[in-house]
Write a protein that binds this ligand. Structure first.
Ligand code: KET
Length: 454
């Protein structure tokens, strides 16, 4: 501190310098006390000291562990992400073309999108899942909002329901994608489950499903996987879907479809949308969350859509006005790039056709991997019936391997997968099938090494 000394007398000078010293010391003491009192800068004690370490995510954490492994034979079959025969991530050719078009178009800008996202993208997404000739679209009773991939679409739908729907209970299949219960609980819904998979038959527990939905309270929300159920790879037949639809409509249960794999199950976009279209065709209300992560390989672009099919156009427009109130304080408005890629592909006849071919090629490669793994286990005489590998649908095989067997395969063979025994078939290639088959064989027959038998 510097006090300008203007006084002429020595006594006045002394007083001033005493005051100056006093001010200096008291202010530095005060400053010191203030510093001591500020817990963030004390150096030893953090205000976050009580925070406990959270476990890694059961699916994405598998990739974290895989990345740390230095073995040259390591194999990541955890997350559902498509890989080529060379084990590399794939950017679809049609996506490259669309991106090139976007970059070349100098009229494109980076302004904010509206709260509901890119209008073209929303229209085309609704058409993709509901069908080009869907009466619901023609009657303007579908509202579609662009969201952050499948997860974001589910979350926005759930937040909307928790705020505005009279029934706060959602039934999810047992088992289901691990993020479902978290998304719905955090949105404010109460989560219950319905029987879905029967480990004894490795098929659908259809009776259990009908019983559980039959005893759900009227109006409850029901989460349905549109196709390629994750993690089981078991889907209802069309006839079973029809029975589920009738039961749900008779009880006024509200269907909320999660469509993360359209085109990945059968290789056909229309075939894989049949379950959703059946529910829309009866004129009733439906929610659908779509993801372009898998079917366009746009994982990191986070592009998806939530559609709510309503009874009439007036309700749909009021629903949309409320969806905007959900979205605006959450992330304001969605990102532009991924949605522009999707819209470019969906609105161009040639690009769309090319996409369907590339999608079919991905689906076919996964089906080939199923056959190769099945054959490899048979060739090794691995005990057990492995026919479910070729029967199951979509990206995953729900192997039936238990936690210990999975841990064994990771430790001894550097094969990474979720602890429930789910394998991402899309991560496999002809080159790595023998390694996986060896690992499964050893895990199943490896009682000597302390591994539980299959
Ligand atoms: N629904 C299902 C059924 C699903 O399997 C996933 C992703 C999503 C939604 C969300 O995907 P998004 O990337 O938000 O569009 N499943 C894979 C990846 C993950 O867990 O995030 C998986 O199961 O490996």
């Amino acid at each position: 501190m510097h006090i300008q000394q203007q006084s002429a007398s020595p006594s006045a000078d002394r007083r001033l310098s005493v005051l100056a010293r006093h001010l200096e010391t008291s202010s530095s003491v005060a400053a010191k006390q203030w510093i001591m009192a500020a817990p963030t800068s004390s150096g030893t004690q953090s205000v976050f000291a009580h925070i406990v370490r959270a476990p890694e995510d059961p699916i994405l954490g598998v990739t974290v562990a895989y990345n740390k492994d230095t073995s040259p034979v390591k194999l990541n079959l955890g997350v559902g992400a498509y890989r080529t025969e060379e084990g590399k991530p794939l950017v679809l050719n049609v996506v490259r073309k669309a991106e090139q078009q976007l970059v070349n178009d100098r009229s494109r800008v980076k302004e904010y999108l509206s709260i509901t996202g890119l209008a073209d993208f929303n229209k085309l997404s609704a058409k993709l899942i509901l069908g080009a000739d869907s009466p619901a679209i023609q009657e303007n009773r579908v509202t579609t909002v662009q969201c952050l991939s499948g997860t974001g679409s589910l979350r926005v739908g759930a937040e909307f329901l928790a705020r505005h729907y009279h029934q706060r209970t959602i039934y999810i299949p047992q088992p289901t994608w691990g993020n479902h219960p978290k998304i719905f609980t955090l949105a404010g819904l109460s989560v219950k489950s319905y029987r879905y998979y029967d480990p004894a038959t490795r098929g659908l527990h259809f009776q259990g499903l009908l019983e559980d939905l039959g005893s759900a309270p009227s109006g409850a929300i029901v989460l349905l996987h549109a196709c390629a159920h994750n993690p089981t790879g078991v889907d209802p037949t069309l006839d079973q879907w029809e029975q589920i639809r009738r039961l749900m409509r008779s009880k006024g249960l509200l269907p909320f479809f999660d469509s993360a794999y359209q085109g990945f199950a059968s290789g056909s976009l229309d075939t894989d949308a049949q379950s959703v279209r059946m529910f829309v065709a009866d004129g009733g209300e439906v929610l659908v969350a779509q993801s372009y992560a898998k079917n366009m390989g746009l994982y990191g672009e986070r592009v998806g859509a939530l559609s709510i099919v309503c009874r009439n156009a007036d309700v749909a427009s009021r629903v949309e006005s409320q969806l905007k109130l959900v979205i605006r304080p959450m992330y304001s408005n969605p990102p532009i790039h991924g949605a522009s890629i999707v819209a470019t592909i969906l609105k161009d006849r040639n690009l769309y056709h090319e996409w369907t071919l590339e999608l079919k090629a991905m689906a076919d490669r996964i089906i080939r991997m199923r056959q190769q793994l099945f054959d490899a286990l048979r060739a090794r005489g691995t005990p057990g019936d492995w026919s479910h590998i070729i029967k199951q649908i979509g990206m995953f095989t729900f192997t039936g391997l238990n936690k210990e067997q999975v841990a064994f395969m990771t430790k001894e063979y550097h094969i990474y997968m979720t602890s429930d025994g789910r394998i991402s078939m899309a991560g496999l290639s002809s080159r790595t099938v023998p390694h996986l088959a060896d690992a499964i064989h050893a895990a199943v027959t490896g009682a000597r090494r302390g591994v539980t038998g299959y």
